[in-house]
Design a protein around this ligand. Structure first.
Ligand SMILES: [Zn+2]
Ligand SMILES: [Zn+2]
Ligand SMILES: [Zn+2]
Length: 282
């Protein structure tokens, strides 16, 4: 399985547009791994996790062809993970041609909230109406915690996240040819229900929420210490294989050193820091 990180920042992107804190200054000065787009990932060539606002710049920079995408996993509907303006262009009124069918996996709550945002682009547009699903060439697979969907040669299992229960936030385990990958942003600590479900898997890699730096607390997300603890828990429970890799993603500027320093912290705690364009083969 091939996983490409298209974006590794939290909601604000990194640097923040108008911020001059040391982390953001490093971003402006060094660019490279210190320049982070909003979080999104590509599995193989045909599956995207989160159709976020920065997917086009990622496509330009990493040479990916978004037209090849046939499967779309949406974690939740927050604006850093879903850009309704991108989605609406699948409609023929935008004079778009050669639009291929797209299978969407998301919770019912996320589908409803994405529909509300889509209707701001075009009144009446919705992912809950057959007429509009036809116009957008989308097939919807609503899922809840514990449910599995087969997409092409992969199995996708939904795992609950307490990031925003009203939005039906989900994490996903993606299985392909005996390899398993957990995409776990945005999230708080894994719930007991989530851990019980995850114990059924032997993960080759995990990407985990790492929004705040060590010792900094914020709402709905993990900080560096908490992410390290959750990774240890996955290893200790035998969910993450001994040789499995853990990657931090969804990184904000709060309490966070620049990439190279952050990598030193992370390695001392048994994980890696992802960057935009990082490609891993499992
Ligand atoms: Zn987010
Ligand atoms: Zn900043
Ligand atoms: Zn969110």
């Amino acid at each position: 399985m091939k996983v490409t990180f298209l974006g590794t920042a939290a909601a604000t992107a990194c640097p923040l547009v108008f911020c001059s804190c040391p982390m953001c200054a490093a971003g402006w000065n060094r660019q490279g791994k210190d320049f982070r787009r909003r979080s999104s990932a590509l599995i193989g060539e045909d599956t995207i996790i989160d159709l976020g606002p920065d997917v086009m710049t990622a496509a330009f920079d990493f040479g990916m062809d978004i037209r090849k995408i046939r499967y779309w996993l949406q974690t939740h509907a927050h604006s850093d993970h879903f850009d309704a303006g991108h989605l609406i262009t699948r409609w023929a009124d935008y004079a778009s041609e050669g639009i291929q069918p797209l299978d969407l996996v998301a919770s019912r709550e996320t589908i409803r909230h994405m529909s509300e945002r889509l209707s701001l682009e075009e009144p009446g547009a919705s992912l809950e109406k057959a007429e509009w699903l036809e116009k957008l060439k989308i097939r919807v697979h609503p899922v809840r915690h514990g449910e599995m969907v087969r997409l092409g040669n992969r199995h996708i299992t939904a795992v609950e996240s307490m990031h925003d229960p009203r939005d039906g936030s989900l994490l996903y385990v993606i299985e392909e040819e005996k390899k398993a990958f957990l995409y776990a942003t945005d999230t708080l600590q894994f719930t007991d229900k989530a851990m019980d479900l995850l114990k059924k898997f032997r993960l080759d890699a995990v990407a985990i929420d790492h929004t705040y730096g060590p010792g900094i607390n914020g709402g709905g997300h993990l900080n560096a210490d908490q992410a390290a603890e959750e990774i240890s828990r996955l290893r200790h429970e035998g969910i993450l294989k001994p040789a499995g890799h853990a990657y931090a993603t969804h990184i904000s500027h709060e309490g966070m050193p620049p990439h190279e320093e952050l990598t030193v912290f992370a390695r001392a705690h048994g994980y890696e820091i992802a960057w935009d364009g990082l490609c891993i083969i499992l």
